[in-house]
Design a protein around this ligand. Sequence first.
Ligand code: ZN
Length: 601
Amino acid sequence: MPAALSAIEYRIRPLDPGAHLFEVSCTVPEPDPAGQVFRLPAWIPGSYMIRDFARNIVTLRAEAGGEACGLEKLDKHSWRAQALPAGGALTLTYQVYAWDLSVRAAHLDTTHGFFNGTSVFLAVEGQTGRPCLVDIERPEHAACRDWKLITALPRARGERGAARAYGFGRYRAADYDELIDHPVEMGNFTLASFEAGGVPHDIALTGRHDCDTARLMADLKRVCEWQQALFGAPAPMDYYAFLAFVVGDGYGGLEHRASTALMASRKDLPWPGMEGVPEGYKSFLGLCSHEYFHTWNVKRIKPAAFTPYDLSVENHTRLLWAFEGFTSYYDDLALVRSGVISTEDYLGLLGKTIANVLRGAGRLKQSVAESSFDAWTKYYRQDENAPNAIVSYYGKGALVALALDLQLRAGSEGKCSLDDLMRLLWQRHGLGGTGVAEDGIFEAVREVGGARLGAKLARWLRNAVEGTDDLPLARLLKSCGVDYRAEPGSKAPTLGVKLAGGNGGAKLATVYDGGPAQAAGLSAGDVLVAVDGLKASAKDLDEMLGRRRAGEEVEVHAFRRDELMRFDVTLGEAPADKIVLSPARRATTAAAHLRKAWLGG
Ligand code: ZN
């Protein structure tokens, strides 16, 4: 039996919370004698944008055998350290500036610390398959004396206390890939623990809040158990943690193999005595559900392009519509199927998803396959023209999933659904461990749908994701007992703009292609200050225009840069941009049956 590889040893401690600095060291027992290269990821899996985390490394030194050794910077995120000619361990010590309040990087102050391994742990080139040990040390600062720690990273063997003691100390990972897939939160978070499907789950809430954790746990338990049942026992993790940072106004999440990092608005959390399921809470539950679904879809069922990840450059795949889009379809669907929200609530959420996709003309120019491929430079780097130029692989991807699900259900008379497709992908790629080829989803649809339906839907799916036609949702929803109605969301005629809001004038965030404002010469960034000689603001613009009719001309004054300009705008018909879905009153028995199988209730 070959000797076990010696572990790469990391140590991380909050050096100075006031200065937002972590100190990290990495000891390599057997460095490359020709010079050991270290590299920090340029991006974090799940967030498809080059972020160059190494720019936050402030100081860096290398030593071996008690002596400083040479260190050469190779490129924006790589260094080479000289090893001792006689061999022996090499240690790199560096400081990382951590003041990025997002789920993607690292954040440290006297109230809490948070980091993703991608921001703080340098990879040891050529040795990323070795096991890793990490000592996470308590900060010495007086304000941090009572801090606890939570992560899904397993405790090192022989560590004192239970498997999960919420304490500082030594943790382990089987390799570098695992090391960077378990974010760590430290501070005085609220901890709520529950079991779902026999698996212990934790929710850690950092930041001020008045959350009714009992309600949150009860709802999340149902959602988690529904998802576990969808894919089949046993769940692929033996522990799961929701790490939520609670702020006044924020939203975001990033998936990991046994945890998720979330950013949540305080007002979106349930409070003691809350009745029903308010919109904000639906949105927070949807976010939790989304990231949890990724435990299967993208963390384990992965595009072949991500197996393995190359964290130094963009990794292109045309499949994000399946990994983000299908996950976006199931996030809200899991809420209704698990009984956490009603059918009416669900149809309300679905109507909003449809309306969001239909609002931008970009959907007629870019396919979801193209949107996936270009995520790095387009979806993640949206500018004022984005709604006119691109489509979201989240939103339209969710609608593709919906359309596929409805067709599988109706076409098989209820014998088959998207759930079967997800299970097939799970069996083959999740448990099997092979990546999904770029045409792998089409193949899986062909298989799951059977000879005739499968072949037909595989062709349909390819056209849907590679083309830009709107999906026939009204017809498909009707076949499953749901009525679809499009109506104007506003009574006022339209300028064809999206406002950025703010005080003072109404700043135009986007000028929609083919709309009245664009025809009159207004541009994104213009600050609209008056309509027909009367002061206008973002707040009262709709009311002012509500007294006019489509076809009428209004005089608009706006600043472009510091120059006041005048425009004559012919108001347009209010677009039918609100989608109202409701259970069909006169559904056929077959359609009503399909709806019940689809949404429960
Ligand atoms: Zn996602």
